[in-house]
Design a protein around this ligand. Structure first.
Ligand code: HAM
Length: 427
């Protein structure tokens, strides 16, 4: 009979293996500890939402909604979508749970998996993880700056040098006027546009500024810039944001090409690029964010100014690996119990359970194995003490205590085991 086919992860999905966990833990702890220090509270929203939530907030004409959502009908016939990002869900939760009645601003963070059906390539997956931090209820430029400041602080703490790329895309009204100008600029040049930009000029002209094709980039350099078409309010807001960034001494670059791929933004938008990855060409942006004052209204809530950002954890981790950042695997156990024979195995189970209940960090071997193999395992775990339970010890109710650093070994009656361990480990 032929062997059955072994399964593999599907395209764009990855396992995170135990050896990578210390790095993941380091990154997530750093993000979340910083968020807590900046006064954010944790929220957890569901992986699945009503599809309309993302269609309305991210925008019908965006790549995310048009091509990338994992959408399906549930058994009740409703269209549901696996979240492609957090901001829409967090704003939905803010409105649904009446958080507008809390003192403002409400600051929320979340870490978890997002799903986008993109073409997998370096730094781009179909399941990826974001850390997102949102400030809801403040229209002040100080909130934009603090949001940018938190993203910078996290990456600095992780040991990464970044430059924040900032731009303002103004209010929805000022953008409408600008988009008209942009269209008139591109119309006579239509035949030089790439296939994607030909579609974008109809559906989402702002995204043409973000095109990476050589010809389109060349044309874009001549295109009118949104920054020159901002309304007074957006202009003043942006100037204030930049003043704050200067005051906080944050490294930023004004970048008129940053327009973002989600429709809910207004005024400030930004991306976080690794310093040695100019153009974010290799890894892609480590993160992105901005102000989204219109989102609450779009989702049926009261008008609520808000801003925030998300970091892509796979990209941050790839960058840390590139820089060879080492994280220590946490020492998990102090004691290993080696056992020989069936009776010893049963007793070992009870001893281990008893010591775990007393908060000793102890492990043992579940497979039948020689003493030599078990001592090798104990060495691998780096324990300070190995307990040895053979047939002789079972019959006379004793146990051997071996101190791994000096190799000394002593037989003690079982009832005295805990006192002996306490002396050696906790004195
Ligand atoms: P975004 O720019 O779409 O923004 O995603 C933020 C970050 O998630 C990106 O900069 C990137 O690091 C990572 N990312 C996005 N797609 C992928 C992918 N396919 N594979 C790997 N990493 C990816 C948002 O999602 C907004 N919700 C951010 C935000 C929060 N704006 C305001 N608040």
């Amino acid at each position: 009979m032929s062997k059955k086919r072994a399964f593999q992860t599907i395209r764009g999905m990855r396992d995170v293996l135990p050896q990578d966990m210390p790095l993941w833990k380091f990154v997530i702890d750093t993000c979340e500890n910083a968020a807590c220090a900046y006064g954010y509270s944790r929220i957890e929203t569901p992986l699945l939402e009503e599809s309309g939530l993302f269609v309305r907030s991210v925008g019908e004409d965006t790549d995310i909604v048009k091509k990338e959502m994992f959408t399906f009908q549930d058994h009740g016939g409703d269209s549901v979508t696996m979240r492609p990002e957090f901001t829409a869900s967090i704003m939905r939760a803010y409105i649904e749970h009446g958080m507008m009645n809390q003192p403002k601003p409400v600051k929320l963070f979340e870490t978890g998996a997002c799903f986008r059906y993109e073409r997998p390539q370096s730094g781009r997956f179909r399941q990826f993880h974001q850390f997102t931090a949102e400030i809801i209820g403040s229209q002040e430029a100080a909130a934009d700056a603090e949001s940018i400041g938190l993203s910078y602080a996290v990456l600095k703490e992780l040991g990464l040098e970044v430059v924040i790329q900032v731009n303002s895309i103004g209010t929805f009204e000022s953008r409408r006027a600008y988009v008209k100008q942009l269209k008139s600029f591109y119309q006579p040049k239509m035949r030089y546009l790439c296939k994607d930009c030909l579609a974008r000029i109809k559906s989402n002209p702002l995204r043409m500024l973000d095109c990476k094709k050589k010809k389109c980039v060349e044309m874009m350099l001549e295109a009118p810039q949104i920054i020159d078409h901002l309304d007074e309010e957006s202009k003043n807001h942006f100037v204030k944001v930049l003043e704050y960034l200067d005051a906080f001494d944050l490294p930023y670059a004004l970048n008129p090409q940053i327009v973002r791929g989600l429709d809910y933004y207004s005024k400030t938008v930004f991306e976080i690029w690794a310093k040695d990855d100019e153009g974010a060409a290799r890894t892609g942006a480590l993160g992105g964010g901005g102000r989204y004052d219109g989102l609450a209204d779009i989702l049926g809530g009261c008008e609520t100014p808000a801003c925030g950002f998300a970091l892509g954890l796979e990209r941050v981790i790839a960058k840390l690996k590139e820089k060879n950042v080492q994280t220590q695997e946490e020492q998990k156990f102090d004691i290993f119990l080696a056992h020989l024979g069936e009776e010893a195995c049963k007793r070992a189970f009870l001893i281990v359970e008893g010591l775990r209940a007393k908060k000793y960090r102890i492990t043992y071997n579940l497979c039948k194995a020689s003493l030599k193999h078990q001592l090798e395992l104990a060495n691998k775990f780096g324990v300070r003490i190995t307990l040895i339970l053979g047939e002789k010890e079972v019959s006379d109710h004793s146990i051997l205590i071996k101190e791994m650093d000096i190799g000394a070994q002593e037989s003690v009656p079982l009832p005295k085991l805990e006192r002996e361990l306490e002396k050696r480990l906790r004195a």
